[in-house]
Design a protein around this ligand. Structure first.
Ligand code: ATP
Length: 350
């Protein structure tokens, strides 16, 4: 049975439809990441699950119970915010214990829970300090600890790492993944950072304009994006997307510029998608001509930016230092690595 079940969830703010028709089930032990550009409705979705926004239409169940209209405190959830939301005048111990005290939990049990969570997060030595005496990373652990002591069925995290520097973010990301595996609860995690999503998620929910575009494992959404939006959003550097024609078994990208089309592709106009890492330099007669107009050396890899049939295209290869700007090279991609989308709707074609 799903720990969290979201059915046809909708949110309107006056005339603005912020979230429309979201359906999602989260299993116990599963980490789901809500991902999308600014304004796509991911935070609003999370806040409706938390009970911080009312649900305009649809249904929310947690642990099988209909909680659609219940107060946040009655939903068996705990939320971790981007800004940590700690009480500045209380000690870390006081901050972690506060919610439990308010529920009238017995002091011995509170102590036990705070000690356990502090140990799990390696913050025992910080318990008597105030939030002002902690680094950003330490405050983030405390914010997690405060959620952990409540032992909720569902953890909700809203961009929890966005105030940390890149290195610390990568480390906390690993720790959250480990923690999640240890505690085995349902987790809903909002971010606009696709690396965070790819590395943390069991499944990613990609949203745009309030609607779910695709739900799948990181590799599913990477390998088979449901539409051109997802294709362009997932993957770095971005997938190359260009209008093209399927004709005579070829993917025609421009005048005299074509590649073998994917097998079974129907003739006609398409939007073609090829990941930079799927394109590679090949001998002249085996590929389509690319005029190189930018080169980025990344150490172990080289990124070429060039013109392919009038389209700006990125090619990511293993390190190459024999190709120069203004060189004409040939590039090719395996047929199976070419994605085709409907030119009008953007939906994936087969
Ligand atoms: P971000 O990454 O920028 O936080 P988001 O994907 O989390 O974006 P939401 O904050 O969920 O997006 O917002 C979704 C839409 O709802 C946006 O168009 C936003 O302007 C609108 N919205 C959010 N909160 C309110 C509100 N209280 N009143 C009116 N409109 C709102």
């Amino acid at each position: 049975m799903a720990e969290v079940s979201i059915r046809k969830m909708r949110k309107t703010f006056g005339k603005v439809v912020a979230v429309e028709g979201v359906d999602l089930e989260v299993a116990r032990g599963e980490l789901i990441v809500l991902l999308g550009p600014s304004g796509c409705g991911k935070s609003t979705t999370l806040r409706m699950v938390a009970g911080l926004e009312t649900i305009s239409a649809g249904e929310l169940r947690i642990g099988g119970r209909d909680v659609t209209r219940l107060e946040p405190k009655d939903r068996d959830i705990a939320m971790v915010f981007q800004n940590y939301a700690l009480y500045p005048h209380k000690t870390i111990r006081g901050n972690m214990a506060f919610g439990l005290k308010m529920r009238g939990m017995e002091p011995g049990e509170i102590d036990r829970r705070v000690s356990d969570a502090a140990e799990m997060l390696d913050i025992t030595h910080l318990l008597e300090r105030k939030p002002g005496q902690l680094s950003g990373g330490q405050m983030q652990r405390v914010a997690l600890g405060r959620a952990l002591v409540r032992d909720p069925a569902v953890f909700l995290l809203d961009e929890p790492l966005s105030n940390l520097d890149a290195k610390l973010r990568a480390r906390m990301r690993e720790e959250i993944a480990l923690l999640q595996r240890r505690i085995g609860k349902a987790m809903l995690y909002v971010t606009h950072d696709q690396t965070e999503a790819m590395t943390l998620a069991d499944r990613i929910v990609i949203m745009r304009d309030g609607r779910v575009q695709q739900i799948g494992s990181p590799l599913e959404v990477y390998d088979r994006p449901a539409n051109a939006f997802v294709a362009g959003f997932i993957g770095s550097p971005e997938m190359n997307l260009a209008p093209a024609e399927i004709a005579g078994g070829r993917l025609v990208l421009g005048e005299g510029v074509s590649l073998p089309a994917p097998e079974g592709a129907r003739p006609g106009p398409v939007t073609a998608g090829i990941r930079p890492e799927a394109l590679a330099p090949v001998p002249a007669e085996e590929g389509a001509p690319l005029l190189v107009n930018g080169i980025e050396q990344l150490g172990s890899q080289t990124l070429f930016i060039g013109d392919l049939g009038g389209h700006r295209v990125r090619v990511m290869t293993g390190r190459r230092d024999d190709i120069r700007i203004d060189d004409r090279i040939a590039v090719a991609a395996p047929q199976a690595a070419i994605h085709l989308f409907d030119r009008d709707s953007g939906e994936r074609l087969a």
